[in-house]
Design a protein around this ligand. Structure first.
Ligand code: NDP
Length: 273
């Protein structure tokens, strides 16, 4: 049986085994998918053992996405743009590294939530790994503008400069205070502020009528960012559970050549939160 797994540290909390088992059952694919705990200094060795035991592919999560990038022999263009890898595929011609996080959030926003990005003023909060992986897919979606804002402003301006030639649109980078007086149709929180039960320190008035506030974080109930967004007039709120399911579906497609239907899987996970 073809073996797949998600590798990280910690990993016990991961929903990926459940998601991929549901995908496999739904598409009639025969495979196993497990959670693999790698020691912090033992990522490469854990992968080598998994491959030797017949492993075909891995999802990679915190803190190994950069090590996975270095380990891959070849990269997809979106993995190169992200500078990080969340999906590895093992084949006869070596290890392919991909990054499906950005495609996952774009699909969740535009398809599942039915919210267009094309032609809309888009704000991306954060300049870490999750933000970086989202920039190229966002630019490819054709927003009216893309602003990257971060608590440490220099990281946002550096990211914007790095992606200046990636599409026809040049992103703008700034700190949070410089957002004052601007209005956005799509606001994506890719900071980890919600992990410490905080919201980014944003000026009021950012949300245009009909705007979407999207937090990559997910869990029980609204995150502090979503609470803040509702208070400040965002018309629609969404957490990152859909992104999690969609990035998994992109990985499944890369490995198996079959695209699962994510609707029922997302509804089942949401009900179990
Ligand atoms: P990183 O550690 O790489 O980046 C953290 C970012 O958050 C930095 O830009 C940092 O700013 C900012 N930040 C941290 N605390 C605060 C705060 N209190 N106020 C404002 N900004 C803050 O994290 P990742 O990019 O890997 O992850 C970001 C989030 O995305 C996490 O919540 C993660 O769970 C989520 N995620 C969700 C996925 C999904 O499938 N739903 C997939 C991947 C990530 P500074 O530069 O100033 O330090």
């Amino acid at each position: 049986m073809d073996r797949y797994a998600v590798i990280g540290n910690p990993i016990a909390h991961s929903k990926s085994p459940r998601i991929h088992s549901l995908f496999a059952a739904q598409t009639g694919q025969t495979l196993s998918y497990e959670a693999l705990l790698a020691p912090l200094d033992g990522f490469a060795a854990t992968i080598a053992a998994f491959r030797a035991a017949g492993g075909r592919g891995l999802n990679v999560t915190v803190p190994f996405k950069l090590e996975a990038f270095d380990l891959a022999d070849r990269h997809t263009p979106r993995a190169l743009a992200a500078g990080a890898v969340n999906t590895l595929a093992f084949g006869p011609d070596g290890v392919l590294g991909d990054n499906t996080d950005g495609a996952g959030i774009l699909r969740d926003i535009t398809v599942t939530l039915g919210c267009p990005v094309a032609g809309r003023r888009t704000l991306l909060l954060g300049a870490g790994g999750a933000a970086r992986g989202t920039i190229l897919p966002l630019l490819e979606a054709g927003p009216a503008s893309l602003t990257i804002a971060n608590r440490t402003a220099s990281r946002a301006t550096e990211l914007a400069d790095e992606f200046a030639r990636a599409g026809t649109l040049r992103p703008q980078g700034c700190g949070f205070a410089e957002l004052a007086g601007q209005h956005f149709d799509v606001v994506i929180n890719a900071t980890s502020a919600s992990l410490s039960d905080a919201a980014p320190d944003l000026p009021a008035g950012l949300y245009a009528p009909g705007s979407l506030a999207y937090d990559m974080m997910y869990g029980k109930g609204d995150t502090p960012f979503l609470v803040q967004a509702r208070q400040q007039g965002a018309a629609r709120l969404a957490d990152g559970l859909g992104m999690l399911v969609e990035q998994a579906a992109e990985s499944f497609f890369l490995w198996r050549g079959v695209r699962p239907d994510t609707t029922a899987v997302l509804a089942g996970l949401r009900a179990a939160l």
